[in-house]
Design a protein around this ligand. Structure first.
Ligand code: DOR
Ligand code: ZN
Ligand code: ZN
Length: 452
């Protein structure tokens, strides 16, 4: 007997782990039940004809600041996850530098409960470090997917300058089987430079770039590697922006250490030149770097030396970008709606291959953060999917963003390639740029070891 499934996506190209096939996908409930030629698919209550478009695994963005709570004026769970779905992203991992900071079981639980009523795509959570290391196991129990530390300044209860306390905390995370994501700008060097510069009373962009220097990042990465060696925790370096930083990571990796890294589309495609031309809208930490750093990162991505591409979606209100002193400008770029389009465009102009795109945006994020049953299209996996039109030509216009931050350094860029449908757990969330589900249709993803 051939029982009907909920949905069939037919007349499509499907990106399977080894090859692209002309096929359809049968979805029942949250899962993919079959990938096959239409004649071999079961009957379905609903069919969508994709007219030959390509289906990729849904994008997993492991670096997203969804804000909400007291920072709702910048972004909230609903606006941020609508932005995700609009960008083809079906799972986000939320950063902890919120108000209140996500740093213990209470703040994490509150955030998860609030999110469950609002998110339209799947949402997992980072926690910052608590003051008391014993709290780490409770935070893990509540469902944090990973821990995050800023080496640049204190976020949460742990002082990042206190080497022994940090090593103890990292060991505890390792005991609990999670990873530590690191914002690797060295706080000691940042503060030394800030002191020197304030003696000179400078508040221009050059002064800012002297503080947030490539050297500060390379030192931060080297410190993170040292902490990893002493604690044996899996360290994931966020938003690598300089070639020398990546080389240090690759050195540690080749020694067999548990280290992975991520880069952002803005560090891949923009440079200091753009920052000088565009101004504070392009200001982010770490800052945009030299042309040669960006081209080295692109080369490294295509040569499988970089694990993950993540947006570092960091929305702010426009007035926070508009301060007279550079030290008062909020750093961050709202990039979740432009990440997949920019990467599709890179494929179209031959800068990267499609397997590189899928590997860095879906497969490796799923593997590294252990999202079992996601990140690849196969029978039995969750139906987290994005349908892309590789031929569609369009212009980025941030006034159309779902994010509350309606500005972007990529405004006006001509792009070839666009996500046109996003599915999360078998639900069509975004269709041709429209969000067609209610708040709360996405799932809060806790830490469920071994659970598919
Ligand atoms: O530019 C940045 N913005 N870098 C960070 O590390 C934090 C982020 C934010 O939360 O706005
Ligand atoms: Zn960061
Ligand atoms: Zn960030």
């Amino acid at each position: 007997m051939n029982l009907a499934v909920d949905l069939i996506l037919k007349n499509a190209k499907v990106y399977l782990p080894e090859k692209i096939v002309e096929a359809g996908i049968a979805i029942d409930g949250e899962r993919i039940v079959k990938v096959a030629k239409e004649t071999n698919l079961p009957s379905a209550s609903e069919k969508i004809d994709l007219d030959g478009l390509l289906i990729l695994p849904g994008i997993i963005d492991v670096h997203v600041h969804l804000r909400d709570q007291e920072l709702s004026y910048k972004e909230d769970f609903y606006s941020g996850t609508c932005a995700a779905a609009n960008g083809g992203v079906s799972l986000v991992v939320d950063m902890p530098n919120n108000k209140p900071v996500t740093m213990d079981s209470k703040t994490l639980r509150e955030r998860m409960e609030l999110a469950s009523k609002k998110v339209v795509v799947n949402t997992a959570f980072y926690s910052a470090f608590p003051e008391n290391t014993r709290e780490i196991k409770h935070i893990t129990g509540v469902g944090a997917r990973a821990f995050k530390i800023f080496l640049s300044h204190k976020v949460g209860g742990l002082n990042p300058d206190d080497e022994n306390a940090v090593i103890d905390a990292f060991k505890e995370v390792a005991e609990n089987g999670l990873l530590v994501a690191v914002h690797a700008e060295d706080g000691f060097l940042l503060r030394k430079k800030i002191e020197e510069i304030s003696l000179e009373n400078r508040d221009d962009l050059d002064a800012y770039l002297e503080v947030h220097s490539p050297e500060a990042e390379v030192n931060g990465i080297k410190r993170a590697i040292g902490l990893m060696r002493k604690s044996n925790v899996h360290v994931h370096i966020c938003h690598v922006s300089v070639a020398d930083g990546l080389k240090a990571i690759l050195g540690a990796k080749s020694d067999g250490h548990p280290i992975t890294c991520e880069i952002t589309p803005h560090h891949l495609l923009l440079s200091e030149k753009h920052l000088r031309r565009i101004g504070s809208i392009a200001l982010t930490n770490p800052p945009l770097r030299s042309l040669s750093d960006a081209s080295y990162l692109r080369w490294a991505l295509e040569n499988n030396l970089i694990d993950i591409v993540a947006s570092d979606h960091a929305p702010h209100a426009i007035f926070e970008k508009d301060a007279s002193s550079i030290w008062n400008v909020s750093a961050g770029i709202a990039g979740i709606e432009t990440m997949l389009p920019l990467m599709l465009n890179m494929v179209n102009i031959g800068q990267i291959s499609l397997p590189t795109l899928v590997r860095s945006l879906s497969e490796k994020p799923s593997r590294i953060f252990e999202f079992k049953g996601r990140g690849r299209i196969m029978e039995g996996a969750y139906a987290d999917l994005v349908v892309v039109d590789l031929k569609k030509e369009w212009t980025i216009d941030s006034t159309e963003f779902y994010s509350k931050a309606k500005f972007s350094p990529f405004d006006g860029w001509r792009i070839k390639g666009k996500p046109v449908k996003t599915f999360t757990n078998g639900i069509l969330v975004m269709d041709e740029g429209e969000i067609i589900v209610k708040p709360g249709s996405g799932k809060v993803i806790g830490w469920q070891r071994g659970f598919i």
